[in-house]
Design a protein around this ligand. Structure first.
Ligand code: 3PG
Length: 319
């Protein structure tokens, strides 16, 4: 017997809007399009938009929406009269107003793990550039034999551990949600609390989501424990850093570096006072590879098709 979803599908041509203010790679876009059209849906694209009003207008008659870090707020959801599902093509879904999605009867999903390797590689790109003095010609240092601490051991943390192994680094991790056995399988030593991690590791790579618990959770008290020539690499979210504490440690210790995928709010102070001790990307670059775009974009399109065809709610993140 035909499912309710299938019947609904056959009668009405669904519209799937891909709306990203940071464009996917062209190959990713064409694969997403093929998948959506092969399922019998209409494909709509809004790329590189400058103002949220463009998203508000475009989403008006969309049944499904694929976004990246784009803010899906109550305003967007109010405008989306037919919307039934939004998929964040990526891991962190702090850009989705989950309560509002639920209130609007919209299913919200993410695509965990799909762009993790790209983010992990960026962590190393930032570290290598920094320890080689920004390729300035000065003598730098190597990663081999150095300690690296993974604050958070989810999908990205695991890829970072695997790459760090290749560099011959000594790897630690702190994540209360992950067992010692899982860490051991990746050649990682478990720390029992974050203080221990920061005390042991010259390099800290942050892999936490941004939520009420983690926001501003990494500040002076953790940073001051770090060994000489400390480097914090943040490819997660700028919000997890307490920037008052960050500025305090920079004031007190000249051996401290901060490498962040996106600029912190206090960027101007860094530019004025701490040249050579930081790298900030202008736009979030961690997942900006063709491979990651294909993986996350295609996964998002598949999840939408599965939802409409079978009702599958795998990777749903709202209640
Ligand atoms: C994620 O949470 O998946 C990453 O931060 C990637 O974000 P982006 O898709 O906006 O680049």
């Amino acid at each position: 017997m035909l499912s309710v979803y299938l019947i609904f599908n056959l009668i009405i041509l669904m519209k799937v809007l891909v709306a990203t203010d940071k464009a996917f790679a062209p190959h990713a876009i064409s694969q997403i399009r093929i998948l959506i059209e092969a399922a019998g849906y209409e494909y709509l694209l809004l790329e590189n938009y400058r103002d949220v009003s463009e998203l508000v207008t475009a989403v008006f008659d969309a049944d499904a929406l694929i976004v990246r870090s784009d803010m899906v707020t109550a305003e967007v959801l109010d405008a989306a009269k037919k919307l039934r599902i939004v998929v964040r093509a990526g891991a962190g879904y702090d850009n989705l107003d989950l309560a509002s999605c639920t209130a609007h009867n919209v299913v919200a999903m993410n695509t965990p793990g799909q762009n993790s390797n790209a983010v992990a590689e960026l962590a190393f790109e930032l570290m290598l550039y920094q320890v080689r003095g920004g390729f300035s010609g000065q003598s730098g240092t190597e990663l081999r034999g150095k300690t690296i601490g993974l604050h958070g051991f989810g999908n990205v943390g695991k890829y970072v551990a695997d790459i760090a192994k290749g560099f011959g680094m000594d790897i630690y991790a702190y994540d209360p949600l992950v067992s010692e056995r899982v860490m051991k399988n990746h050649g990682v030593k478990q720390c029992n609390h974050s203080e221990e991690l920061y005390l042991k590791c010259q390099f800290i790579s942050i892999h936490l989501p941004s939520n009420d618990i983690t926001k501003k959770s990494i500040g002076y008290e953790l940073m001051r424990r770090m060994p000489k020539n400390a480097v914090i690499v943040n490819t997660a979210r700028k919000e997890v850093i307490d920037e008052t504490g960050l500025l305090k440690i920079f004031e007190k210790r000249t051996d401290f570096s901060y490498l962040s995928d996106v600029e912190p709010d206090c960027k101007a102070v860094f530019e004025k006072k701490y040249k050579g001790r930081f790298i900030f990307t202008a736009k979030k670059m961690g997942a900006q590879t063709e491979e990651a775009n294909i993986n996350a974009g295609v996964a998002a399109a598949r999840q939408i098709v599965d939802y409409f065809k079978t009702g599958s709610e795998k990777f749903r993140v709202n209640k």
